[in-house]
Ligand binder design. Structure first.
Ligand SMILES: [Zn+2]
Length: 81
C-alpha cells in the first residue's frame, strides 16, 4: 500500500477519514509492506500485511490478522523501524 492512498481511505467502523500510519515495520520505496493504520476517531487499528491494507471490522478478522495485531505494541507517537 502506498502512503498517498491513506487519504482516500475511511474507517469501516466509524466512517472517519482521519487515519494515520503510526507504525511502519517494513517499507520498499513508497510502498508500505508491513505496518499499522490507525483511526484517530475510534482508535481501531488495521494491519498492512504483505502490502495489503486489511480493512475488516474486528469481528470479521481471521485469527491470523488478530495474531498480527496482538504482537504490535500500542504507540502514542510515530515510529519507523
Ligand atoms: Zn474509526
Amino acid at each position: 500500500m502506498k502512503k498517498v492512498h491513506l487519504e482516500k481511505l475511511i474507517c469501516v467502523e466509524c466512517r472517519s477519514k482521519d487515519l494515520a500510519l503510526p507504525i511502519i515495520l517494513s517499507q520498499e520505496r513508497d510502498e508500505i509492506i508491513e505496518g499499522i493504520i490507525e483511526c484517530a476517531s475510534c482508535s481501531i487499528r488495521y494491519p498492512i500485511i504483505e502490502g495489503i491494507a486489511c480493512f475488516l471490522r474486528p469481528q470479521l478478522r481471521t485469527s491470523e490478522i488478530q495474531a498480527y495485531l496482538a504482537k504490535i505494541p500500542p504507540v502514542t507517537t510515530n515510529i519507523e523501524i
